[in-house]
Design a protein around this ligand. Structure first.
Ligand SMILES: Cc1ncc(C[n+]2csc(CCOP(=O)(O)OP(=O)(O)O)c2C)c(N)n1
Length: 429
């Protein structure tokens, strides 16, 4: 058997025009499959998402889009070193986060800022991380968009792909032992699912029966690699069966489908300690990152097809049909969010960098003698050349006047060296 006949349907609830699919049967019978029938998704209610939750989801989607647009522009202006957008994947990321309890753990990849925004990470907190200032919880050590929040149960992002997936299995195992009814969701791209860590994680989760939801954002690309070059089989969802795990494929641009699938998955995970795999079919509408230009590997025509499936527009159409949202609210919210993001960015840019001593804190629990010595060497170097380390010098308390004196002395030394005169009368400078 080659498995060719196995093609998992897509669970859909919402059409692009904002209407729901007609009957109570989800399109493509995409209830959580391979399970005992009693665990299938509960009957669909008339208002699939209750009003307040729906509006909070929608506002979070708008905030994420505005943040992404503004911060990409800031990167282009040279104000920020790097950026990655969630654009096109807001329904997958925010719809799933909304279906969880606030103290469930989220272990994400790097494109899931919407989930953190859903949990209440403020605009200032996003900015402090991106600008690596003294208020950044990560003390300015990681690249922009590598957020984390202990309070919001959002594990700090790291760049190596898929490493968070087996860690999520382990975290969920701990939650099972603690017995407080919490679960973990780990979110990753279809490219990351080619890493060995993905397979190790699913196997371990199934063997140890842990309450973990594995959510794959299948957005069609891993940088320039299209998903047809990433795997030969029917995507990611069927891989679950090889580990005796339940699985569902959802329309990732359909916020209701994502929300309901995650609710059902959470129920199964927490009540029966079984891991679940969700594959959300979506599209990375933006470039991979601010360092990428997708025009080199995909067509504008393809992008336009997916722009018509914009998850924000789809949800807006539904909200308007419910009488829950209007043109005026859309405009007022957009204006207010753009103002909020700009003001927050200006505040974060002005804050000082983290203190110099944080260079060596947290490498280990306590700095080793060697690290302490290295920090002392750096300080001495900065004392000698403060003007060359404006940020470091500022954090060591030099005044503008002292920096100016140092800068002049440095220039004089440079000039002497260029004219081959002995530096400082033969002494080392
Ligand atoms: C272990 C590892 N290999 C390679 C990379 C370089 N890299 C960064 S993002 C990326 C593509 C990931 O694609 P996918 O998982 O589909 O997520 P998407 O960016 O589409 O959201 C690659 C190869 C990395 N960060 N870590």
């Amino acid at each position: 058997m080659t498995g060719d006949e196995l093609c998992i349907p897509i669970f859909k609830r919402l059409r692009q025009d904002g209407t729901l699919y007609p009957d109570d049967t989800p399109q493509g019978q995409g209830n959580v499959s391979q399970g005992d029938k009693s665990q299938d998704a509960s009957p669909i209610q008339r208002d699939p998402i209750e009003r307040d939750t729906a509006l909070k989801i929608y506002r979070t989607m708008l905030f994420t889009r505005v943040l992404d647009e503004r911060m990409l522009a800031a990167q282009r202006q040279g104000r920020l070193s790097f950026y990655m957008q969630c654009t096109g994947e807001e329904a997958t990321v925010i719809g799933s986060a909304a279906a969880l309890q606030d103290d469930d753990m989220i272990m994400a990849q790097y494109r899931e800022q919407g989930a953190l925004a859903w949990r209440g990470f403020s605009c200032d907190e996003f900015m402090n991380q991106m600008f690596g200032n003294e208020r950044d919880y990560g003390k300015g050590r990681q690249m922009p968009i590598h957020y984390g929040s202990r309070d919001l149960h959002y594990m700090t992002i790291s760049s190596p792909l898929a490493t968070q997936i087996p860690q999520a299995t382990g975290y969920a195992y701990g939650q099972k032992l603690a017995g407080k009814g919490q679960c973990t969701i780990t979110i990753f791209g279809e490219g990351a699912a080619s890493e060995g860590d993905f397979h190790a994680a699913l196997n371990m989760a199934s063997v140890h029966r842990v309450p973990c939801i594995f959510l794959c954002r299948n957005n069609g690309y891993a940088i320039s690699t299209p998903s047809c070059e990433q795997f030969a089989a029917d995507g990611i969802a069927p891989r679950a069966f090889g580990y005796h795990m339940q699985s569902i494929r959802v329309d990732g641009n359909d916020v209701i489908a994502v929300y309901e699938a995650t609710l059902a998955a959470r129920k199964i995970a927490v009540e029966t300690n079984q891991p679940i795999l969700i594959e959300a079919m979506t599209y990375r509408l933006a470039a991979h990152s601010s360092s990428d230009d997708p025009s080199g590997y995909r067509s504008k025509k393809e992008e336009a097809i997916w722009r018509d499936k914009d998850p924000i527009l789809r949800m807006r159409n539904w909200l308007e049909a419910q009488g829950w949202w209007s043109e005026e609210e859309e405009k007022a919210t957009g204006d207010q969010l753009r103002r909020e993001v700009l003001e927050s960015m200006k505040r974060a840019e002005k804050l000082a960098p983290p203190a110099l001593d944080t260079l060596i804190s947290d490498v280990y629990d306590t700095p080793t003698p060697l690290l302490t010595q290295q920090l002392e060497d750096v300080k001495q170097h900065i004392r000698k050349y403060p003007h060359a380390y404006p940020k470091g010098a500022a954090s060591m308390g030099f005044t503008a006047q002292e920096l100016e004196v140092s800068r002049k002395a440095y220039q004089a030394r440079q000039q002497r060296m260029q004219s081959h005169q002995p530096v400082d009368g033969g002494q080392t400078s």
